[in-house]
Design a protein around this ligand. Structure first.
Ligand code: MTE
Length: 306
């Protein structure tokens, strides 16, 4: 079944944002870094009150130091191999406890959404961090359009499985598809976005084109890339890293300097781009978004619910 959203919101009055990078620099960098080429859409987006005021990492840092195990386990593998992934056409199956399940074309998912620039810190569980100027929209907007049923307690996400284009999927390094999940209140939180671009352009494939989740208060592995399925469920979904090693990776995975990974400390982090000899920085609880999200976990023991 192919569906479109009927009676959608109109393109809202998003204010085109002044480009903050020299356009020619950006295009040159973009071609080298795997954007879809000169035809790549320049996205129209508005500013957001949710952005941090930290200085974003460069496009080169963001697009050449990646984790995307579908393309290999080395940080350089995604930039080297992601060009092979076909991202157009793209459709997203939305199923489970929703009023309007279906296979939605990416254009339908994006039609009518208010794209915003969200400058977020991304903190990887491997204790490095960077700052990314995403272009995206709130996941809650999409969920409202498909009609979440009251019985739904969690949202499950899956990445595409296409070993002929994603060479890492030819080996069982992880159990494919890559999957992730959120509790419904986390999914509905205004900080939680689906990103479709960065630095004003479509997402580089290595960063999860054409659509990836971004949950800024959780470790980076929760921010699943190249999403093809979103399911509403009443059971806590299985998640890739938890399936691989439950003692190391919990379902919540909130950034927390007080709860160490069993094999390393989470108390400090290295900022990508600062160089090998720069000092480490103390890690912020909830990656600095505690004012907005700590209340979601009132009464929970976050050492137990890691
Ligand atoms: N999504 C998929 N499908 N596969 C992956 O291997 N890696 C995760 C996350 N999303 C991953 C994924 C991890 S560990 C991190 S830190 C972030 O993507 C990195 O996102 P970035 O490459 O845009 O910085």
């Amino acid at each position: 079944m192919r569906r479109t959203f009927m009676g959608d919101l109109r393109w809202s009055d998003v204010t085109p944002h002044a480009a903050f990078l020299n356009r020619r620099q950006l295009i040159a960098g973009a071609a080298a870094l795997g954007f879809a080429g000169p035809a790549a859409a320049k996205l129209s987006y508005g500013p957001s009150v949710f952005s941090t005021d930290e200085k974003p990492n460069t496009l080169e840092e963001i697009a050449s130091y990646n984790n995307f195990y579908e393309f290999g386990t080395d940080k350089r593998d995604p930039a080297a191999h992601a060009a092979a992934l076909t991202t157009d056409p793209w459709s997203v199956k939305i199923d489970g406890m929703v009023d309007k399940p279906g296979d939605y074309d990416l254009a339908d998912v994006l039609s009518g959404v208010a794209l915003e620039e969200r400058i977020y810190r991304l903190r990887c569980v491997e204790a490095w961090a960077m700052v990314v100027p995403w272009i995206g929209f709130q996941l809650s907007d999409l969920l409202a359009r498909v009609g979440v049923q009251p019985s739904a307690k969690y949202v499950a996400f899956e990445t595409i499985v296409r070993p002929e284009e994603m060479e890492g999927q030819k080996s069982p390094i992880l159990e494919w598809p890559y999957r992730e999940g959120l509790r419904i209140d986390e999914a509905m939180h205004p900080l939680t976005i689906l990103a479709t671009g960065l630095y004003g352009e479509e997402l580089p494939k290595q960063n999860g084109a054409p659509l990836r989740l971004v949950v800024p208060w959780k470790y980076g592995f929760k921010s699943i890339k190249s999403v093809v399925r979103i399911s509403l469920t009443d059971r806590q979904p299985e998640t890739t890293w938890n399936m691989l090693q439950p003692s190391e990776y919990g379902f919540y995975s909130n950034v927390n300097p007080e709860v160490d990974h069993p094999r390393w400390s989470q108390a400090s982090e290295r900022r990508v781009g600062e160089g090998l000899f720069a000092g480490r920085h103390p890690t912020m609880k909830f990656n600095g978004y505690g004012d907005q999200v700590a209340s979601l976990y009132a009464g929970q023991d976050l050492a137990k619910d890691y």
